[in-house]
Design a binder for this molecule. Structure first.
Ligand code: E4P
Length: 218
């Protein structure tokens, strides 16, 4: 499963990419506004930091504007994936961009039927927002399971990118379901390689090694 970082802050992205196991980046207008560097500048900087996909979202609401912005964003770097909202206008924009060979990530997906339409439109990725579904009292991961089931039945090539991740367990369940990717906020991402028993075990090994005067050189 690909692991992406959900951030539009180039400094943050640089830091987590250095970990070595981050495969790509997703941004959104809220994250870009928070980063305060402008959309194009931030996307260009981030795209140069990582070899994998970097999702950058269109701002227009109508198909024509989305297609225009999508072409502009895709021209920033070959690894930019154009993020398009799951609306009727967005799905039409995805069809047009896909026909031009531009990779797309259909965002703000909240139902399996929406995801079916994204796949039919030729999306490269679809992003179900599990955290926001959970927040609203639904089961976000159950929606992901249904999307994956539908995609397998019809052999769609659209990749399921689990988004709006809130905690490590979302990542665990995404991997168990066979989701293609998950995008994770930096704070959650930092916790993925941690376990209290790892820390306790390490402290014990260090104490025992020090007590015995062990050294890797002797
Ligand atoms: C994904 O592409 C979105 O940017 C993101 O995961 C949304 O997460 P949020 O619900 O925490 O804002």
């Amino acid at each position: 499963m690909e692991i992406f970082v959900d951030s539009a802050d180039p400094d943050e992205v640089r830091r987590v990419v250095a970990l070595g196991w981050v495969d790509g980046v997703t941004t959104n207008p809220t994250l870009l506004a928070r980063a305060g560097r402008g959309l194009r500048a931030a996307v260009a900087e981030i795209a140069a930091l990582v070899r994998g996909p970097v999702s950058a979202e269109v701002l227009a609401a109508e198909t024509e504007g989305m297609v225009h912005e999508g072409r502009t964003l895709a021209a920033i770097s070959p690894n930019v994936v154009v993020k398009v909202p799951l609306t009727a206008a967005g799905l039409r924009a995805v069809e047009i961009l896909a026909a031009e060979g531009i990779a797309t990530n259909v965002t703000l997906c909240f139902s399996p039927v929406q995801a079916l339409l994204a796949a039919k439109a030729g999306a490269t990725y679809v992003s179900p927002f599990v955290g926001r579904l959970d927040d609203a009292g639904h089961d976000g991961m159950a929606v992901v399971a249904e999307i994956l089931d539908i995609y397998r039945r019809y052999e769609f090539s659209t990749r399921v990118l689990v988004a709006s991740v809130r905690h490590t367990d979302h990542v665990r369940r995404a991997a168990l379901l066979g989701a293609h990717a998950a995008t994770v906020p930096p704070k959650v991402l930092d916790g993925l390689c941690r376990h209290p028993m790892t820390d306790a075990g390490l402290a014990r090994f260090a104490a025992d090694a020090a007590a015995a005067g062990l050294s890797a050189d002797t």
